[in-house]
Design a protein around this ligand. Sequence first.
Ligand code: HEC
Length: 126
Amino acid sequence: MNNYSPIQFTSSFRNLLYLFSFVLFISCSGSNANTNNESTPLISDGDIEKLLSKNTCTACHKTEQKLIGPSFKDIAAKNYSTERIVELVYKPEPENWPDYSVPMMAMPHVPENELQDIAVWINSLN
Ligand code: HEC
């Protein structure tokens, strides 16, 4: 009786290789899931609602429908960078939205960290 025939050895070595690459694959996809990019909001729906109403954005904007201003989804469709959205709230450019008769007023009092969170959230709607 020989338990270590060359054929058996080769096939169990191959299984080990499969197992190894599988483990490698799992660990890679695991670390990807944890990295944050621009489209992953760091903030929960409840927190974003508080930020939007505290800063009075919700008086003129809704997520899905146009109100006095465009919906946040329509803004997301413009594919602005986070920095550009922050800039546009501090210094609106009404010419970007010719269909809206009332221009947005500049809102320099909104804290930048809150506006950053809002901007990242807007882009996550895309
Ligand atoms: C008084 C109403 C009003 C309020 C309050 C308001 N907006 Fe607006 N917003 C508008 C209108 C109208 C437009 C489209 C015309 C324009 O840009 O002037 C707009 C456009 C925007 C745009 C697109 C800018 C561009 O040039 O594409 C962003 C981003 C935005 N608003 C974010 C916000 C955020 C965030 C808040 C809260 C901090 C806010 N808005 C508060 C009325 C408002």
